[in-house]
Design a protein around this ligand. Sequence first.
Ligand code: NAP
Length: 356
Amino acid sequence: MTKKYRAGILGATGTVGQRFIQLLQAHPQFEVTALAASDRSAGKPYSEACTWRLPGEMPSAVKTIVVQPPQPPLDCDFVFSSLPGDIARQSEESFARAGYPVISNSSAFRMDADVPLLIPEVNHEHLRLLDTQRVERDFEGHGFIVTNPNCSTIMIALALAPLHARFGIEAAVVTTMQALSGAGYPGVPSLDINDNVIPFISNEEEKIETETQKILGKVSGSSIQAAEFAVSAQCHRVNVSDGHMAAVRVKFSRPVELTEVRDALATFTSLPQEMRLHSAPPQPIIVRGEADRPQPRLDRDAGDGMSVTIGRIARDRVLDYRFVALSHNTIRGAAGAAILNAELLAATSRLGRSPG
Ligand code: NAP
């Protein structure tokens, strides 16, 4: 039997860190061998450092792992990062410099010109940036940084990708309703969010607008030529535990029938499905016809949390079409996305430090 890659998790005690541990507990290719978090946690066994907040028990395999500071060396072949953005920049760079592949969920490097902002179904060819990154940044051995998008951007870009490929998008207007777990733990104070909607999430609108253009851009030489259509985003925090929703309106470059829009979304599959990557959902996009779907409680776990559910597809009187998208923000929007990225990197022999 092939030995598994040994994974470290930076930010292992947090909302996304716990999701990594849950999703990796029976993974066929990766096993968790190192955990890192802040000074508050470092030096303690994980069972003491972490208050487990997901349904079910903390996996027993991680309970005795002693939490380390997020600095190399760590006892692993590569690291997943779910550190806060301001900490991530220095920490992730130091791991890549020391020769560790870094598969990050943080925002620190997402918009750097030589860093892939990867959704395996959408822009796997952006991994070509790694050749430039290694040379320009002078990372040791197998070191590199690959990122996944912001938790709302990922479902928006996944939904827009097949539409842009078939019809050309001229403009997209997005209004999000984002879950509480997107703010980490303890997140938004209950007295602020009960009986309320907060129309502000720091930097979120800018992230959706710029990340979407990078993800849907094309590789040109050693950089990405961003998609040229404008994206306008407004973001709201709502009183939902998990599952981000986005109401999306799009303008196309040519006349398009409603059935074509539905078909482009419902039939979309890509490389991860062809390669049968472990975390790839059979349907990256699930189209629902009911008048009142998607809903966070009913649809966030579709495809084990890795599918985006789309409903309410209709003609729009101002732009061309509109629809509502929903996905699980800590699975497809965070830990699950990074794990799928790692599976693609392993399957394409880029993960380095072959286990054995
Ligand atoms: P969180 O629940 O607040 O967890 C933060 C983690 O980082 C904890 O493990 C914490 O360790 C560690 N940490 C905090 N300050 C640190 C420091 N100074 N040095 C080292 N480690 C430190 O946050 P989260 O929601 O998991 O988010 C983590 C990252 O993922 C952020 O960059 C966020 O933007 C991104 N993200 C989150 C979501 C989501 O849905 N929540 C989705 C996509 C991306 P201690 O427990 O020791 O303090």
